[in-house]
Design a protein around this ligand. Sequence first.
Ligand SMILES: *Cc1c(COP(=O)(O)O)cnc(C)c1O
Length: 405
Amino acid sequence: MNRSASDSASWGNAPRADTAGSDLPFLPLAVPTITEHEIARVTDAVRSGFVSSVGPYVEEFEKAFAELVGARHAVACASGTAAIHLAFAVLDIPRGAEIAVPDFTFVGSSNPIAYVGAQPLLVDSEAETWCLDQDLLVDALEERLRRGKPLPAAVEPVHILGQPARIDRLVEFCQSHGIPVVEDAAESLGARWSDGPFAGRHTGSAGTIGAFSFNGNKIATAGGGGMLTTDDAELAARAKHLSTQAKVPDIGYLHDEVGYNYRLTNIAAALGLAQVERLDELVARRAHVARRYDEAFAGTGIVTPPRVPGFDATYWLYSVLVPQGRGGDYRDALWQHLGDLRVGSRPLWRPLHLQPPWKDSARLGGQVAEDIFTRGLSLPCSYDLTDGEQDRVIDGVLEFVGARA
Ligand SMILES: *Cc1c(COP(=O)(O)O)cnc(C)c1O
């Protein structure tokens, strides 16, 4: 696959212009794997004439996806952000309500909160999983109960970087207080719990609604797209209805509420289906790359991603933290050094409380999120990355760390 045809404009997926003279091949951060299988499915979709949001691949994709993640229903959407927006819409989150979300996440988690006129309650991460700290949140909510203060209208845990979040206590609390749980599983397709109350379950199937993304850099891509999953038939039907401009079937242009144009196209569904059919292979390759990085960085001070017993992560965007006690300057110098070597890497997300739209949002903690942001760097982990290419990345990191020990 010609990588220049991929999403080369995104940060980390294009060589730095000042390294153009080098003949070292550039190693992108994360680009999709496209095989004859994907090409055959997409060609079939185009040939069929069903190129838009009507067509057999949309339904086939939904059916296969629901089965894969263990949900009763799946509704294909134009993006992961759209899936999260639809989740809040079908849950009838009132304007002005509060939704708890991790401080350390991509803005695709928080923008839909604003779309429905709600406010985020930003929750710090726990150091062990880098995901939302459920104890921090549940303790604060129990304190509110004691003081007679209102609870959030929904909670939105995020399975960060393919790592299942620890949400057993949170889900139990929410169930006993009637609070819906919307899991942002945009980054965690293929990740599961293998121990505890959710043993055997896929991320995105433990709460009320799960939301997934098939953006270009996600573990499986549809070019762009998303999926809403739920066991609740009514929520699924309403999500599908709202995603198609709330058009009432079989009656000429009757729209019974304000809807959205959020359906996935048949072409995108064909690509998404083909990728999901290869998911085991895609996840296995990530695990191989992650294992090699973990081994290479052991004992160097570089902090490798969480490995939590009972939580089967997929290492979507393999990310490390620079050694404890080092800061953003060190991380930026490593990023620069890898760029010099024509290796694409990328810092992690700036926590939401440091973003202009959410700078005044209510917040619980924030130090862990800031630390992960300051010290975090994602390394190349594309499906097509060879062991030899990965060794170039490893050597670059070890050389940098060794020179500054
Ligand atoms: C990618 C992503 C989204 C949004 O998905 P899109 O398909 O890009 O709209 C939402 N949340 C998280 C955590 C993501 O990484």
